[in-house]
Design a protein around this ligand. Structure first.
Ligand code: BES
Ligand code: MN
Ligand code: ZN
Length: 495
């Protein structure tokens, strides 16, 4: 769906559906009042009767008399006038789109930017309106046949301009938001695909296709032979137990000056994690197809950068492999040598994410990065510590960490920082190698980050553990596209 600004008077609009805000208490919006006056006080009536309540998320569809230029009116509640919160706003947008998507209409005209939201500007409202709408319209269809849902008919969403001066702001915000939404959708689509379709080779092909679509995006894929040459013994040890060859995917967006050091984003692309020889319990194991969500978010972010032609250098790196039990798989006690030269004792083959990431993080140094951010569904411990709402954040540079925390708050895609203190580091001690790949049951998210920190000493680095935030379980099972929005905001703030 296209989001575009629209100027015009409310009494002269010709539209299949006009969307108007209503409040549960206090004065109604000027536009709502004006329309009400022109149409026999119908809105006042339905509010009085209680058919529309004005509460956040309440909607009521009104049919206009035959011959009206405005065919329908959708009333959307935003709570008490002047007290609409960011959550109320999102709830109202979600409810309105849910009503609209079952109607046989192609276009709508919305006056919802008239709603004042506490401490938020027009830019924020447009961003949120677009992203929430697109989230409600997202539909996984790839492997559905008879049970595929009816697709909606919406094509154009006009945003009524409240003050002439905001036209440019609205169009720019809508374009930015649409590209972020495209990135989120792509990440979700990849993540929701099953492991037998979305393999490391599938991800590599997807990257190459993205590179063809955007000529400014340079895509390279290293196969196992090339990785062998680079000495990526840790990454390759994980894929040895799989019949699918590992891939190391790089996507470079060079929108900034040549001299500008890039932001490098590294995403874990484990397309299925059975745990290897340290096999996982079978219940819920299907969800380990989501172990490539970090990689998927890198795809989403790179697509956003390319679509918006952002004037900045960003490199995406996705190490991709499966983790399966096999006669040739890693065994507990095996020792491998990483690209950095450090030997690693693999005490648990299920702690494989750090094994593929450490080599990708060493590889990342070749881009002479300004900062490196890795994104990974790395530890179940992160879900225990922070639940499903906050991404875990750790790193070796507080300035970078704060920048990411701030971007997360702005985007409503939040992270929470955990300590990466030296006190935790002895937990990774091994008698037989430079370090062990697990640090025991205490502080699992932190010791995983401690492991990675041994490979990131030469640059500013942050680690995002998205084990709790990348997908939803239960009846709502599906990818969330997090943290594409946080990372997009981080990059936009640097442009
Ligand atoms: N991909 C998992 C982490 C994970 C588990 C993410 C559950 C989301 C939900 C990772 O590869 C893993 O298995 N980690 C182990 C590490 C442990 C063996 C130290 C874990 O968290 O159990
Ligand atoms: Mn694992
Ligand atoms: Zn994993």
């Amino acid at each position: 769906m296209q989001f575009v600004s629209k100027t015009g008077q409310i009494d002269k609009l010709s539209t299949p559906c006009l969307i108007l805000p209503v409040f549960s208490k206090g004065k109604q919006a000027e536009l709502t009042d004006l329309f009400d006056e022109l149409h026999g006080k119908q809105i006042t009536t339905v509010l009085k009767q209680g058919d529309a309540t004005g509460k956040p998320g309440n909607t009521l569809l009104l049919q206009m008399p035959a011959g009206s230029k405005t065919k329908r009116v959708l009333l959307v509640g935003f709570g008490e006038q002047g007290k609409t919160t960011a959550d109320d706003f999102n709830k109202a947008i979600a409810a309105s789109i849910n009503t609209l998507k079952s109607l046989p209409i192609k276009a709508v005209c919305s006056a919802l930017l008239a709603v004042e939201v506490h401490e938020k500007d027009t830019d924020w409202k447009v961003r949120q309106l677009v992203l929430k709408s697109r989230e409600m319209l997202y539909q996984y269809t790839e492997t559905l046949t008879t049970s595929a849902p009816d697709s909606h008919t919406l094509e154009t969403y006009q945003l009524l301009v409240m003050a002439e001066s905001t036209t440019k702001t609205i169009n720019k915000a809508a374009a930015t938001a649409s590209s972020i939404a495209n990135g989120i959708d792509s990440a979700k689509k990849l993540a929701d695909l099953p492991g037998n379709i979305c393999t490391p080779s599938y991800l590599a092909d997807t990257a190459k296709a993205l590179g063809k679509q955007h000529s400014a995006l340079k895509v390279t894929v290293l196969d196992e032979a090339k990785m062998e040459k680079l000495g990526m013994g840790s990454l390759l040890s994980v894929s040895r137990g799989s019949r699918q060859p590992a891939k190391l995917i790089t996507m470079e967006h060079n929108g900034g000056p040549k001299s500008q050091k890039p932001i490098v984003i590294v995403g874990k692309g484990l397309t299925f994690d059975a745990g290897g020889i340290s096999i996982k319990p079978s219940s819920g194991m299907d969800e380990m197809k989501y172990d490539m969500c970090g990689g998927a978010s890198v795809f989403g972010v790179m697509q956003m950068c390319a679509e918006l032609n952002l004037p900045i250098n960003v490199v995406g790196v996705v190490p991709s492999s499966e983790n399966l039990p096999d006669g040739d798989a890693n065994k507990p006690g095996d020792i491998v040598t990483s690209m950095a030269g450090l030997t690693i004792e693999i005490l648990n083959t299920d702690a494989e994410g750090r094994l593929i990431l450490c080599d990708a993080l060493t590889y990342a140094a070749k881009f002479k990065p300004d900062v490196v951010i890795d994104v990974a569904t790395l530890t179940g411990a992160c879900v225990v510590a922070l639940g499903k709402h906050a991404t875990g954040l750790l790193g070796n540079n507080d300035e970078l960490a704060n920048e990411l925390l701030g971007a997360g708050i702005k985007a409503g895609d939040k992270a929470w920082q955990l300590p990466l203190w030296d006190e935790y580091k002895p937990q990774l001690k091994s008698n037989f190698a430079d370090l062990a790949n697990i640090g025991g049951p205490a502080g699992g998210t932190i010791t995983a980050a401690c492991f990675l920190s041994r490979f990131t000493e030469d640059y500013k680095w942050a680690h995002l553990d998205i084990a709790g935030t990348a997908w939803k379980s239960g009846t709502d099972k599906g990818a969330t596209g997090r943290p594409v929005h946080m990372l997009s905001q981080f990059i936009l703030d640097r442009c």
